[in-house]
Design a protein around this ligand. Structure first.
Ligand code: PEP
Ligand code: MN
Length: 338
């Protein structure tokens, strides 16, 4: 941690800051410049609240040098983490596709759509059975029946399953049907849910909260990892900004930023990021080019009548040609689209 003193900090203030730092357990290194004094405080604890120093008289600013997350950081684990689920590997050189409708709407719908995505080469079928909708009047999902249809459809076409968990008491139920728990943007900081998911070993995909900083997102991943679950991947869905022509602002730069700071695989979700189908293919291509380890894409064979997120669902033909383009981009950057 670096503590920068005010230009006019007095000797008494400086001594008091040093004493405080030492009492908090830091080793202190003082560097006196012509204008300002800078104090290097060595030995910061991950949970140290830098405001304890910021409030001291004579302090201009305080910066952390080390990240508050440990297990999620690249310095803790230099190699890319690879999550293995049956014959699918997520992370490393692999690029994985997760696709399917936003929601499981009925048995026939999920079988039809599962067949389309499986034929396009998708390894992981998505579909929500418990939907966290902005309106309480909107379709909330089929619940356990939806999970059953989703699992059966995925099994029929040899795919894995990812589906969203929205509350703690669904861990066993969803764990019985799904290969990956999806934690949605709205639950990124549901710490009680994260703690419980951390106790399982089942892979978790953690979406970034709409207004969460990358550091807060990685701290949420830290909750999962520190519970003992090493099978964690992140998912970029964009962030909330002032822009209205897109659902979220798809901050692709989060992909290289997270790759630099963390070893965890990063999936990108251009469907929820943009909210409109015509924007999905360009952003999907861009995400792969930017280094995403996989994509989550919504696809529906009858989006006009979809019960959720129809306007952002790709039609089958568009989806199939997009997958071909993604394979080509993957090849150019020396990666393998599974
Ligand atoms: C979803 O994947 O259908 C979903 C609700 O995701 P998000 O958390 O990105 O809104
Ligand atoms: Mn959706």
């Amino acid at each position: 941690m670096v503590v920068i003193l005010e230009n006019n900090a007095t000797k008494i203030q400086t001594e008091s800051i040093i004493k405080n730092l030492e009492e908090f357990g830091f080793r202190v290194h003082v560097s006196e410049g012509e204008q300002r004094t800078i104090i290097g405080a060595i030995g910061v604890q991950p949970d140290f609240d830098t405001r304890k120093i910021k409030v001291l008289e004579g302090v201009y600013d305080v910066y952390r040098v080390t990240a508050p997350y440990k297990l999620a950081s690249r310095s803790f684990h230099e190699e890319d983490s690879i999550i293995k689920i049956k014959d699918v590997e997520i992370g490393g050189n692999n690029i994985v596709l997760m696709a399917g409708p936003c929601s499981v709407e009925n048995e026939d719908q999920i079988y039809r759509n599962a067949e389309i995505v499986a034929k396009a080469g998708v390894k992981i079928l998505r579909g929500g059975a418990f939907k966290p909708r902005s309106s309480p009047y909107a379709f909330q999902g089929l619940g356990e029946a939806g999970l059953k249809y989703l699992r059966a459809a995925a099994d029929k076409y040899g795919m894995l399953v990812i589906t969203e968990i929205i509350q703690m008491d669904q861990i066993d139920l969803i764990g019985d049907y799904s290969d990956i728990y999806q934690v949605g943007a709205r639950n990124m900081q549901n710490f009680s849910l994260l703690k419980e998911l951390g106790k399982t070993k089942k892979p978790v995909m953690l979406k970034r909260g709409l207004s969460a900083t990358i550091e807060e997102w990685l701290m949420s991943a830290e909750y999962l990892l520190s519970g003992g679950n090493p099978n964690i991947m992140l998912c970029v869905i964009g962030i909330r900004t002032f822009e209205k022509y897109t659902r979220n602002t798809f901050d692709l730069s989060a992909i290289p930023v997270v790759h630099k700071r963390s070893h965890l695989p990063v999936i990108a979700d251009p469907s929820h990021a943009t909210g409109l189908r015509d924007q999905v293919p360009p952003m999907a291509r861009a995400a792969i080019a930017a280094g995403a380890d996989g994509l989550m894409i919504e696809m529906h064979d009858d989006p006009k009548n979809a019960l959720s997120d129809g306007p952002q669902a790709l039609l089958p033909d568009t989806f199939i040609s997009l997958v071909k383009e993604l394979k080509a981009i993957a090849n150019v950057i020396g990666r393998e689209l599974a």
